[in-house]
Design a binder for this molecule. Sequence first.
Ligand SMILES: Cc1ncc(COP(=O)(O)O)c(C=O)c1O
Length: 359
Amino acid sequence: MNLPVRPDLVGKQPYGAPQLPEAIQLNVNENPFPPSDALIEDVAKAVAEATATLNRYPDREATGLRSDLAAYLTRATGVPLGLEQLWAANGSNEVLQQVCQAFGGPGRVALGFEPSYSMHPLLAAGTNTGWVAERRAADFTLSAPDAVAAVRKHRPAITFLTTPNNPTGTVIGLDVVRGVCEATDGMVVVDEAYAEFGGIVSAVTLLERFPRLIVSRTMSKAFAGAGLRLGYVAASAEVVDALRLVRLPYHLSALTQAAARAALAHTDELLGTVEAVKAQRDRMVAGIRELGLTVVPTESNFLLFGPWAQPATTWQQLLARGVLVRDVSSGPGLEGWLRVNAGTEAETTAFLQALAHVR
Ligand SMILES: Cc1ncc(COP(=O)(O)O)c(C=O)c1O
């Protein structure tokens, strides 16, 4: 069938990391620790209460949830934030899409520093925003002078900075964020999806100084809530108002709001998994290096390992041994690399054993 799909979408592939529940899934940077019984009970209770109101539309402004998120970020960063500075949606991908809808669009370009999160260019494409990219250094770092030069060259409407960066695990200093904010008259998005693993100083600390700065976070990673679909940004109240122009009415269901608030009440317990995840990541780093392979120094819950002459073959061999990792090798600047995220102790052991066989 010859559908009248938008010409710029013809031939594009949808985002699609394999989902193979029968394998040990270490390919989408999830937190391997499932919710505790206490958390399951509290979420179930909150969802049951919300269910009793399902004949009504949910709170369109997600006021309670945004207040809880503001309180968490204030506690985590030391920066006082009000709910008017927080905006939430179904995963940080959705908030980032809203950013592209509100600040990108036809005739405007977004800038990224590759290799980085592959959804940023896809979100740009989906909103008819142009995409330009500059390369990171060979060790996947990004310096302030290089970032500033790129901004001056491309004059982007939106600049994406990711720290810790996916898929490299590397972090950028606040000097890079500061430099870019000073050099651009566009919006600057700092994607901090993995911030809780990195112990980084959050770009939230720069919000007061730079009203065009947007810091995005998610409950999918350290908060072990990938199935919840809850992401959020901190920004100026004016930015939040702009995002409201493009959001769909009632985009966050009553069930999502209730479940997210119940989960946030367990913040300390959920973030208590971070050290355990990092311990397994460090086991992976040591084990991979013992096999004579290279690991890119990482500040997140995943890492790049290689180099592989035929990464697709290695990926397949690991899968044949029941371990699913991510073949990122076709991405810009990623030739020869595979990515894996930390699992439970047993999953990490299984990965290292499988790797020793295919090495
Ligand atoms: C850098 C980065 N940003 C954002 C996301 C999106 O996460 P979510 O939509 O689950 O919040 C991811 C997911 O892998 C990511 O790696």
